[in-house]
Design a protein around this ligand. Structure first.
Ligand code: 9MR
Length: 851
């Protein structure tokens, strides 16, 4: 915000209802006393001061690039447009109350002095104007103040500054835009449900069981666990935790992990409150694991969504060059960026918009492929009901391929400028409104300039795809590896081409000016796939290889070193410091456990000053993944317990008592921001499909709905399940990916512990001994233990198990005499091998990872 230089009294305009027509005469300033008495009233405009440095929720026409400069919103207005409305700065969704008098004011400064058409109007045809003024904004800057009385009740009036029509270019800066008067909004009181906050889906019999009680009580109170039939099946006392930082609430925690009952419809009672009901069953997350992945099919671009496969969600193919769509088969670049077109049809829509962004597609498809790599046996052909089901390839890989093909198509063709790099993104030329089904989007589509970050996302995912698809489609794998190498070379040659933060018109910016982490991740995937020295050298020389990268905010699309580190720890390889890499994941997990111990909501996500990020739910789940990988590597149950508590938070153990996953829990998010799951705006459209994660609390509340309802919110309260709250309640491909990963993990860990010892080594050979202990309560009847050896090591001969090798995969199968492992019992077998003694990756017992 900038203080006004001097004040000009504005013109009196009461209750004008001007429809479109000739622009009103320029307003002459009139004396202060002539102004109508505006009711002092609440501020109706969001972010009129630009104090937070952001331009949102103001929008502009595509020919303007708004930026906050010295606390003001500034635009360079191009010359040569015809009509005032050829260039606009606007804000929507302003509520007007009939008969109320409003004061509208703003500060403006222009070079050179130019008329600005300031309107408050109906946002659609016939654009009825309730206030229309055209002051000449001058070079020294003034405040313009007007009053008017609203003739109608309107929930969504528009404030528009029409600034087109000038022959010559000029510059305008605005500040302190204010509309006061009208109804004071009722203070927003979110529905938070019972004060006993539980995971509304439930708890695993073998997992931790924690809840949080909101209470003013300072002493411990009694809690009881009740069966569906109201029988008390366990009881204990709460632990007072005082004031909780991220919610501002005074809370107690409840640990009912000692309860051994199983069944459905339990409740937890404490302090006179009864929680939402929940289950304690082993197959708690099976459906979620599938639904979270099915989410991707209905996000697909470039293909008809079959109503047979997804009843209620069928829709025509989006962006296949059928009118009114203008893409994505022959998409040109933004003006001046390139002179070719690309066929970039396909892929997934990023979120609730129709954009497709390589950096966000990158982390999403990577996490899906990693979910597959962790436990291939869990993922079968036909599991997700996609069009490719039945093709002999696991559906998860079919889904991943849909995106990976798109990422490949974003690579700059050979012979062109910046060949081998990847375009950062492709999206509409201007933002569209809601609802808008993909096939009805009329906007021109544009490729944005290549970036180093996008290029390295392509290198990383293509290198991983080369590995993952090798056994299913050798040609596709080879195509990916070639693309990955080309992308890597192009990124090395163009190491600092950054996507700018200002490029946010018609699509998200996904700006990133530090790509050292993208280089590290891409080198890791290329190394894991090829074993080549160049990539090993790059990794070992990178400061990120040894840095503590396990920060409290977790990883995300713009912070990806962790993806590389996790894969180096779990995917077989011959890195000389592999043991240190694995130990570093355990150290990160210990750090998250320590944070969790300090949180009464079991949170490992702990950003500075309790300011939650955009998409905080994905950060919670990504930190849970680090704990889960630590469990996979170590078998230490503390890590599994820590990881599972991430689910408790996301599914209801939070200040709002909100389950952030559609279709799961008593109070679930179902109005996520989306142009096609827009039931809140049009009852003929569906809600998001079950298994859709909402972004969750965001302390920066950039959208007008959140700003109106939530200003001043404590982090956990910065969320509203409203379709227009795009900064707290969007759905995205990168947020559902950790949800799917974690749901698969939760349903898939085996109660077993593997000890692998390299017993001895000699030039060219080694011998190893492996023990498998059954840590569960049921006998294991028949077992096959699978793991991977790095390229170069081979199995020669096994004993006490039939040890065989196919490619880099080793399987040890039981003999009939040692096929049963009773609870607590151990079987031991061994083998000799050729090559260097390896440090293996994950062990899978009967196809499922063994901790
Ligand atoms: O998730 C993204 C967040 O990290 C950024 O801060 C924000 C602003 O660039 O954009 C978010 O991503 C949105 C993207 O820009 C457009 N599609 C929807 C995404 C989720 O809201």
């Amino acid at each position: 915000m900038n203080r006004p230089l001097r004040l000009i009294a504005g013109a009196l305009v009461a209750a004008v209802a001007v429809t479109t027509g000739p622009a009103p005469a320029l307003a002459e300033p009139v004396p202060e006393q002539a102004r109508a008495q505006a009711e002092p009233g609440p501020e109706q405009i969001a972010n009129g001061t630009f104090d937070n440095g952001l331009t949102a929720p103001w929008w502009t026409t595509p020919n303007l690039t708004p930026a906050v400069v010295d606390g003001r919103l500034c635009v360079d207005v191009p010359g040569g447009t015809i009509n005032p409305w050829d260039a606009i700065i606007g804000q929507d969704d302003i509520p007007l109350v009939a008969g109320e008098t409003y004061a509208f004011s703003f500060f403006g400064i222009a070079t050179p002095a130019t008329p600005v058409r300031a309107l408050i109007q109906l946002p659609v045809d016939p654009w009825t104007q309730y206030l229309a003024q055209v002051p000449v904004v001058n070079v020294s800057g003034d405040v313009y103040t007007y009053t008017f009385t609203a003739p109608v009740d309107l929930p969504n009036a528009q404030v528009a500054f029409q600034i087109g029509g000038s022959a010559n270019p000029w510059r305008l800066c605005l500040d302190d835009i204010s509309l006061t008067g009208g109804a004071e909004e009722e203070p927003y009181e979110p529905e938070t449900g019972p004060r006993v906050k539980v995971n509304q889906v439930g708890y695993l019999p073998s997992g931790p069981k924690n809840a949080t009680l909101v209470t003013a009580a300072t002493d411990p109170v009694e809690w009881t666990l009740r069966s569906a039939g109201q029988e008390t099946v366990a009881s204990g006392r709460t632990v007072p935790r005082g004031a909780d930082g991220s919610s501002g609430l005074t809370v107690h925690s409840i640990d009912f992990g000692a309860a051994t009952v199983t069944g459905r419809g339990f409740t937890l009672v404490a302090d006179g409150e009864t929680s939402h009901p929940f289950d304690i069953v082993a197959d708690l997350y099976g459906t979620l694991a599938t639904d979270a992945l099915k989410f991707y099919y209905t996000q697909r671009s470039g293909i008809e969504i079959s109503d047979e496969l997804r009843p209620g969600y069928g829709r025509p193919a989006g962006h296949v060059q059928v009118a009114p769509n203008q893409g994505d088969v022959e998409v040109p670049c933004q003006p001046g960026v390139c002179d070719y077109t690309l066929n970039v049809a396909g892929g997934w829509y990023d979120a609730g918009d129709h954009g497709k962004y390589v950096v966000n597609g990158g982390i999403s498809v990577h996490q899906l492929m990693s979910e597959f790599e962790r436990a291939p046996a869990l993922h079968r052909d036909g599991a997700l009901a996609v069009p490719e089901s039945g093709n002999g390839v696991p559906d998860l890989l079919d889904e991943a391929r849909w995106e990976q093909e798109f990422l490949l198509s974003m690579q700059v063709p050979a012979g062109e400028d910046r060949a081998g790099m990847a375009h950062h993104k492709i999206h509409d030329a201007a933002w569209t409104g809601l609802p808008l089904l993909p096939h009805l989007d009329p906007q021109p589509r544009e490729l944005h300039a290549p970036s180093t970050a996008a290029t390295l996302n392509l290198a990383a995912t293509a290198a991983q795809a080369a590995r993952v698809f090798a056994g299913y489609d050798a040609a596709f794998a080879a195509r990916n590896l070639a693309a990955a190498r080309t992308a890597w070379t192009a990124a090395v040659a163009n190491p600092a081409i950054y996507a700018p933060a200002s490029d946010g018109i018609g699509g998200g910016a996904y700006s990133d000016d530090n790509v050292t982490d993208e280089f590290y991740w891409a080198a890791a995937e290329l190394y894991l796939t090829t074993g080549e020295q160049t990539f090993q050298d790059y990794l070992l020389a990178s400061p990120l290889h040894t840095a503590d990268i396990w920060d409290e905010r977790g990883f995300s699309w713009g912070s990806v070193a962790q993806l590389g580190r996790l894969d180096l720890a779990t995917v077989p390889n011959a890195l000389p410091d592999r043991d240190r890499v694995r130990a570093s994941v355990l150290a990160g997990a210990e750090k998250y456990l320590a944070i969790q111990a300090g949180s009464a909501f079991g949170l490992t996500y702990d950003p500075a000053n309790h300011r939650f990020d955009w998409g905080s739910n994905s950060s919670v789940l990504n930190n849970a993944i680090v704990l889960a990988v630590a469990y996979d590597l170590s078998g230490d149950a503390r890590f599994r317990n820590g990881a599972l508590q991430g689910f408790d938070y996301v599914l209801g153990r939070n200040a709002l008592g909100q389950s952030y996953v559609t279709g799961y829990g008593e109070q679930d998010s179902k109005n996520q921001h989306s142009r096609w799951y827009a039931r809140q705006l049009n009852p003929d459209l569906p809600n998001p499909p079950p298994g859709t994660l909402a972004g969750g609390p965001n302390s920066d509340i950039q959208d007008p709905v959140a700003q109106r309802l939530l200003t001043g919110c404590a982090a956990q309260f910065c969320y509203v399940d409203d379709i227009e709250s795009w900064s707290t309640n969007e759905l995205t491909i990168n947020w559902n990916a950790p949800l799917a990963w974690m749901a698969a993990f939760a349903g898939s860990t085996q109660s077993c512990d593997v000890t692998y010892r390299n017993h001895g080594a000699w030039p060219g050979g080694f011998t190893a001994q492996v023990s498998v202990r059954n840590t569960g309560s049921a006998a294991i009847d028949g077992w096959r233990l699978g793991w991977d050896l790095p390229a170069g090591a081979t199995v020669a001969r096994g004993w006490s198990a039939q040890v065989t090798q196919k490619g880099t995969s080793v399987t040890a199968a039981a003999y009939p005499w040692n096929a049963v492992i009773r609870p607590g019992a151990t079987v031991t077998f061994g083998f000799t091998g050729d090559g260097a003694a390896p440090s293996p990756g994950l062990f899978r017992l009967n196809g499922t990872v063994c901790g």
